[in-house]
Design a protein around this ligand. Structure first.
Ligand SMILES: [Ca+2]
Ligand SMILES: [Ca+2]
Ligand SMILES: [Ca+2]
Length: 623
């Protein structure tokens, strides 16, 4: 089933003398007839001189491309390795860029025996290394924004011409609701006030503006969430454009806030032009009419004993019938996707990438993608979505160690779904508090457990306040735990005001715009917002809270006390789930002063007696 490279190399044709002269004199030549080459699109549309990727490989979409040759108009560029698909609708070409070339337009002439036309192409001015491409570390607090549901900053993009009214129905939880990049820009002061330092935006690739109709409960629906790209090189028109995106990154950076792009290399949307006319026969795993569906036998991706039928189904099967699965074992696909990832980083200055459904791609591809990103942008950070509640599984995918398959994915981070699951269970009273410690011991599986991303929730999970057994005090302990345990914390927009929401799409309700202002928050929202902000501030104020060693001090079925220690600084954090105040004894002398919460500590006979309020979390500092 492994895809093989099937496309052919085409021999170059000699130029007709007339055209050659025309080229020589005018810089280009355009002879047209019915068989002349036609260029519709070029991916990537631009690149950089002195880039770690040179030559860059262009994918030109058009017609009549069979037998075409490509000639850059600038003599300091060179085109080679041309390959065209059977139908003549796609042409691949390597373009070597001289390091001395300045930014500007560098079109390429494409010509065949029947005529010629131009491939538009640009060289960009590289963005400054500061404040761009900074990566994400334990110093950060990530905040997930579902762009369509956060803030509508520009009503003019809410109803594109090609969208039926149903697609824009704000009463349908599966339609577009109008949120956009301008809305995020306008709410940057809110985010700065909350204290988060990195925004993860759901995918901003252009998605289809139409609406799916069917007789199922999930119809009519749209791709408001952005996971069904129809163009890997365009910004969703409902969200804004590349200029607005660059403005967002620039303004966020000016406030000390990083930006993380949600990339989806595993699949595209079924409305992508490739689906009807793939660049290569093996571009996807199968076709719209004939493909495997992923049975999600994810254990096959971890176990050395899995059979190849299960492995191939999980890697090659489509996530759903409308998500064509990209074939990264075809080198042209891998190159295309690696360049695409780099292009977005280079064009926008983003600091990190969240890679969707990463485990459904070959581990060698994850490694090659991670390596290419680090080669060009050493600090750039990528977190992979390996949605598994088993630390052995997520640890297998993080970089920094070599798996049984001989692969180190070099992946910077994975989401800690195991600890997320434990925290939800504990703080909704479904598991004893010691479950947290039992889960954390599996940090032994990670080469560096501080590198994991600890999610409070995300757009695929029920919101805390809608879980069975949820209380506001439980939600407060959960968010305090996420913000104080080791790793990089990640919040989901709305958790900070205790929003409710059951399964998708209920967990994607519009952010209540009144809550962006302090005076617009109701008492419950205010309590949760102030609490969340105080724990974020605690992290910001104390290096031990961000990068300190985690040391267990006390645990039982209702209480967990740990220290975060770095250099000379020790912060003690305690969670007491009981309804009443409780005293716990730490068998060592610690002189502690409260930072958050109604708590006190005294030293007696070489021990520390810590008084904890009921149903709350506290933080203290050793002095
Ligand atoms: Ca809008
Ligand atoms: Ca669109
Ligand atoms: Ca796949």
């Amino acid at each position: 089933m492994t895809a093989t490279k099937k496309h052919k190399r085409h021999k170059l044709f000699f130029l007709p003398l007339l055209c050659f002269l025309c080229l020589f004199v005018a810089g280009f030549c355009s002879t047209t007839n019915a068989q002349s080459p036609i260029v519709i699109k070029v991916d990537p549309p631009s690149w950089w001189a002195k880039h770690t990727i040179s030559p860059v490989r262009l994918l030109v979409r058009g017609a009549n491309l069979r037998g075409a040759r490509v000639r850059p108009l600038n003599p300091e560029m060179r085109a080679s390795e041309i390959s065209v698909n059977e139908r003549g609708t796609y042409l691949f070409v390597d373009v070597e860029i001289s390091p001395s070339l300045k930014p500007g337009a560098y079109p390429l002439l494409i010509e065949s025996a029947s005529g010629s036309t131009m491939i538009p192409f640009r060289l960009e001015a590289p963005l400054d290394t500061q404040p761009n491409f900074q990566g994400v570390t334990t110093d950060d607090v990530i905040y997930l924004i579902m762009t369509d549901r956060f803030a509508d900053g520009d009503a003019a993009n809410n109803a594109p011409k090609d969208s039926p009214p149903e697609a824009n129905d704000r009463n349908n939880p599966r339609s577009f609701h109008g949120g956009d990049l301008r809305g995020v820009i306008k709410q940057l002061p809110y985010l700065k006030d909350l204290g988060v330092t990195a925004l993860w935006l759901t995918p901003w690739y252009d998605n289809w503006n139409g609406v799916n109709r069917c007789d199922k409960p999930w119809c009519p629906n749209t791709y408001y969430h952005g996971y069904h790209a129809i163009d890997y090189y365009a910004v969703e028109d409902r969200f804004g454009d590349l200029t607005t995106l660059r403005e967002l990154v620039r303004k966020a950076h000016a406030l000390g806030i990083k930006v993380i792009q949600d990339q989806v290399a595993n699949h595209v949307g079924s409305q992508h032009p490739w689906v009807k006319d793939p660049p290569l026969p093996n571009w996807f795993h199968g076709t719209l009419a004939q493909h495997q569906l992923n049975k999600f036998r994810n254990a096959a991706l971890l176990s050395p004993h899995a059979n190849q039928i299960d492995v191939r189904n999980t890697l090659d099967g489509w996530f759903s019938d409308d998500l064509p699965d990209m074939n990264q074992e075809e080198p042209e696909v891998a190159r295309y996707e690696i360049q695409n990832a780099l292009w977005w980083v280079g064009m926008t200055g983003i600091d990190g990438i969240r890679q969707d459904t990463i485990q459904y791609m070959p581990r060698v591809f994850i490694r090659d993608l991670s390596s290419a990103l680090h080669r060009q942008y050493p600090k750039l950070w990528m977190v992979g979505e390996v949605f598994e509640r088993d630390a052995a599984h997520t640890a297998f995918f993080i970089g920094g160690h070599t798996g049984w398959d001989g692969v180190d994915t070099k992946l910077d981070s994975v989401f800690d779904f195991a600890l997320w699951n434990a925290s939800l269970s504990v703080f909704t009273n479904k598991a004893p508090v010691r479950f947290l410690v039992q889960q954390l011991k599996y940090d032994a599986l990670y080469p560096d457990p501080s590198k994991v991303t600890v999610l409070a929730n995300n757009h695929d999970t029920m919101r805390f306040m809608s879980l069975e057994g949820a209380t506001v005090s439980g939600a407060m302990m959960h968010v305090a735990f996420v913000l104080s345990v080791r790793g990089i914390p990640q919040l989901y927009a709305g958790e900070e005001i205790a929003m409710e929401g059951k399964e998708d799409p209920d967990n994607r309700r519009d952010f209540p715009s009144a809550a962006f202002r302090a005076e617009g928050r109701n008492p419950k929202e205010r309590e949760m917002f102030d609490w969340t902000r105080s724990w974020i501030k605690l992290r910001r104020d104390h290096a031990a809270m961000r990068g300190g060693k985690l040391i267990d001090l006390f645990v039982d079925d209702e209480t967990y006390v740990f220290a975060r220690q770095l250099g000379g600084e020790t912060i003690v954090v305690a969670f007491n789930r009981e309804n009443k105040a409780k005293q716990v004894v730490i068998p060592t002398e610690m002189r502690l002063r409260p930072l958050i919460g109604d708590t006190s500590a005294r030293v007696e006979n070489g021990e520390t007696k810590l008084t904890l309020p009921g149903q709350s979390a506290v933080a203290l500092r050793a002095f």
